[in-house]
Design a protein around this ligand. Structure first.
Ligand code: UDP
Length: 474
């Protein structure tokens, strides 16, 4: 029997900065549209959001919105960096999933739609149990997800594991990516000989579960990834391309009330870098950040540092606490580095990134190619120098250089000479060319999230469908 109920969306993001950030933006758009939303955070994430942002106050504007929390099961001191994702998921299976299931089964207002991260394969069973539709939200890039979905075929065709060490070999069995993707442009964890590897197995499980959802949400826009979205529709026909979500939320808030969006950061933002940027000439600064999960060795940090200083270009560098592995001691650094940094650099622990990228003094972004960072850079028309770390980032950086033509891919090299050369190219010798390409992409991104745009229309469709979703009453 089907019975109509008040729409109630339950959102469960992967408890990491990027996914939490963009799912909160989606939650806010649904709340503006008077849809009841429950948002499930881990205690770790929630406590950090409450310490470093106005999230609790901001969401009090929406009477039908509420946060719930679950433990992630990891010890407090676990760094929760990229290398820990497998452990995080395993530990959540034991600690968070049973509580999450119980929450849904006993919800006072029955949940009529579950939105969960695409990696949460357990969500299909729980959604079936409560009789509610499940929408997966894959917060990685669609081109990245497509390389996940192609993995069974790549294994069957003998392309993965790689037969030899030649990472420049083109990939053949990823439809739509012919002539674009080389072995080195696949997610870095494909560089294994062991198909029983924990992350490879996670990806294969995700591949089986994605088609079981009623729809898949992406933080992208039609104009950017139309060919890949067409490929994805062969696996999951009902796709909502709602991005770039940070710009989309701003567009919706602008018509709702004049209120700036503020941060969803789980680290304290150092606003002093904005005052520093205010003193720099237009488009003179390269912004450097490897996001919330990536790490680098001290040697890699020194190569980047030398490259930046040797380029002579001004730089704003985010050095997230814990992002340099091993010995991160900076005593005894080169005098030349210290002088170059004092003259032209600014180093902070965490920055208000959207504001930084929007700042007129910023002319380029040396990034790890995380999907949120890539979209945030695109919306502001800032060309990128890409140094990918893992998951979808190897794919994103390739697309930035050869498909979207908004930057350079430094992939697999971290050498001061290469850093210097690429920074000079993006910021000086090929500046006009990259800025022109980046501005075109920015215009199409902004158009997508404006009334009449493709992402705006997809969001309206999602809102309408959520309002009419029914649960099966047993
Ligand atoms: N970010 C930030 N301040 C910083 C560095 C990053 O606010 O100093 C934000 C950035 O705006 C983005 C998120 O952290 O929204 C990082 O997500 P992304 O998908 O780019 O990479 P991840 O951290 O998941 O690897």
């Amino acid at each position: 029997m089907q019975h109509e109920r008040e729409a109630h969306v339950f959102i469960f993001p992967l408890p990491l900065q990027g996914p939490v950030n963009c799912m909160l933006k989606l939650a806010e758009i649904l709340s503006i549209n008077k849809i009841k939303v429950t948002f499930l955070n881990t205690d770790y994430i929630h406590q950090r959001l409450c310490s470093h942002t106005d999230v609790p106050i901001r969401f009090r504007n929406y009477p039908d919105f509420c946060f719930r929390t679950v433990p992630d099961g990891l010890p407090e001191e676990n760094p929760r960096t990229g290398t820990e994702i497998g452990n995080l998921l395993e530990s959540m299976d034991a600690s968070a999933v049973p509580i999450f299931r119980e929450m849904l089964l006993t919800a006072e207002t029955p949940v009529t739609c579950l939105i969960a991260d695409g990696i949460f394969t357990f969500a299909t069973d729980v959604a079936a149990e409560i009789g509610a539709p499940l929408l997966y939200f894959d917060t990685v890039s669609p081109c990245g997800l497509w390389t996940y979905l192609c993995l069974p075929k790549l294994i069957e065709a003998g392309e993965v594991p790689f037969k030899d060490d030649n990472l420049d070999e083109m990939i053949i069995n990823a439809p739509g990516m012919e002539g674009i993707i080389r072995r080195r442009d696949l997610p870095s964890f494909y560089r294994t000989n062991d198909l029983n590897d924990q992350i490879i197995q996670l990806v294969l499980r995700e591949d089986e579960h994605i088609p079981l959802a009623q729809g898949v949400i992406f933080n992208t826009f039609h104009h950017l990834e139309a060919p890949i979205l067409a490929q994805l529709r062969t696996v999951c026909p009902n796709i909502y391309a709602l991005g770039p979500l940070h710009a989309h939320l701003k567009a919706r808030l602008a018509s709702w009330e004049a209120r700036p969006t503020t941060s969803n950061s789980i680290w304290e933002e150092d606003g002093s870098c904005i005052s520093w940027l205010d003193k720099q000439p237009s488009k003179s600064v390269v912004y450097v950040s490897i996001g919330s999960l990536a790490v680098m060795t001290r040697d890699q940090m020194c190569e980047i540092w030398h490259g930046l200083v040797n380029s002579g270009v001004r730089f704003l560098w985010v050095r997230r606490p814990g992002s340099v592995t091993g010995d991160s001691d900076e005593t005894g650094i080169d005098q030349e580095l210290a002088r170059g940094t004092e003259e032209r650099g600014c180093i902070v622990r965490w920055a208000p990134q959207e504001e930084v990228l929007a700042h007129p003094a910023v002319g380029g972004f040396l990034t790890h190619s995380g999907w949120n960072s890539t979209l945030e850079s695109m919306v502001e028309g800032k060309p990128m120098i890409c140094w990918p770390y893992f998951v979808d980032q190897q794919v994103n950086s390739r697309y930035v250089e050869v498909v979207w033509k908004v930057g350079l891919d430094m992939k697999d090299s971290c050498d001061r000479v290469v850093v210097e050369k690429m920074v000079r190219e993006v910021m000086e010798s090929r500046k006009d060319e990259f800025l022109k390409g980046a501005e075109e992409v920015a215009e199409s991104a902004r158009a997508a999230v404006s009334p009449g745009g493709s992402s705006f229309a997809d969001m309206d469709r999602l809102i309408e469908e959520i309002k009419t979703m029914k649960i099966a009453i047993k």
